[in-house]
Ligand binder design. Structure first.
Ligand code: CP
Length: 313
């Protein structure tokens, strides 16, 4: 593994998940491999889980961890050949090389514009960092993917599944703001690569990029999709087709107890943060079916297994 930016960087998902679960049992077993190594985490957007779990993962491996709010200083210029006479004070060419001198591994969280589809789906900022950095890079969520979240989700499913090939349903859910497609794209990509049975349900107009959903069943009737499901993964995303737009604000798509009753005693998943009684009923979140806290716990071991692989390469 040279960098970690998507499921494509992983040769054997099952093996990685198993290694993550082993780290969960003995988080400090590899405390020496990160000694005198530095992990720099750059956040262009706010975070609770990714920030703390990746920091903890680095510390569990004995690394020194530096976290920077990259959106609070001056702005970076990412375009080549521009005259830098605007508000952007530092070019990515210098910044990525300089940060690489201080770091053995760099993690970066970016966010989509939700207006420039082409730029977002090139993962422009992440790839500019990768182009100019001289150390391994880890995506802490990019414009289009959230691989550490998905790896944590695969670890959670592996822990909880009762059959080899569980039925997993990714359901669109309401939200007052236009949100990225990253978690949904990534969850679909990792679930399908893990050879699970994936159904995606959403109102018409919320079709995700086929690049990430090939092999999934698309079902526009949410209740039909929930029938017999072992896992329900709720997430809002804005339209891919009518890029970044909110197509409908249908509160009926909220996950509630009645819908969960249609499942095969299914578990409820969400990456968090979640808006109670908008995305999902508080009653579902507070029920035994909810895995959201354990998903967040597994973020540490997902990050740790990735950092371990990069340190040992
Ligand atoms: N799920 C997730 O990435 O949470 P944060 O935005 O808090 O990091």
């Amino acid at each position: 593994m040279k960098n970690f930016t998507s499921v494509k960087d992983v040769k054997n998902i099952k093996k990685l998940v198993k290694e993550g679960l082993a780290l969960k049992k003995k988080p400090l077993a590899f405390k020496k491999i990160g000694k005198d190594k530095t992990l720099v985490l750059l956040f262009f957007n706010p975070s609770l889980r990714t920030r703390l779990s990746t920091q903890k993962a680095g510390m569990n491996l004995g690394m020194n961890v530096i976290v920077m709010n990259a959106n609070q200083g001056w702005k970076f210029e990412f375009e080549d050949g521009v005259i830098m006479n605007t508000d952007k004070a530092e070019h990515i060419k210098e910044a990525a090389k300089v940060i690489s001198q201080y770091a053995d591994i760099i993690g970066i969280r970016t966010f989509p514009t939700l207006t420039d589809k082409e730029r977002d789906y090139q993962d422009f900022i992440l790839n500019k960092f990768i182009e100019h950095a001289t150390v391994p890079m880890v995506s802490l969520e990019s414009a289009i993917l959230h691989p550490l979240q998905s790896l944590a989700d695969m670890i959670t499913i592996e822990e909880q599944k009762k059959t080899k090939k569980p039925k997993i349903v990714l359901t669109w859910a309401p939200h007052p703001k236009a949100l990225p497609q990253a978690v949904a794209n990534s969850f679909a990509e990792w679930t399908l690569a893990s050879d699970y049975d994936l159904t995606i349900t959403h109102p018409k107009g919320y079709e995700l990029s086929k690049k990430f959903t090939k092999g999934a069943t698309i079902e526009y009737n949410q209740q039909k999709a929930f029938e017999g499901a072992d896992f329900i993964y709720a997430k809002n995303w804005s339209s891919f087709k009518n890029y970044g737009q909110i197509e409908v604000e249908d509160a009926n798509w909220m996950v509630n107890s009645a819908k969960m009753k249609l499942t095969n005693n299914g578990k409820f998943m969400h990456c968090l943060p979640v808006r109670r009684n908008v995305v999902v009923a508080g009653k579902v979140l507070d029920s035994k079916a909810s895995l959201v806290i354990e998903q967040a716990n597994n973020r540490t071991y997902a990050a740790q297994v990735v950092l371990k692989r990069l340190l040992m390469k």
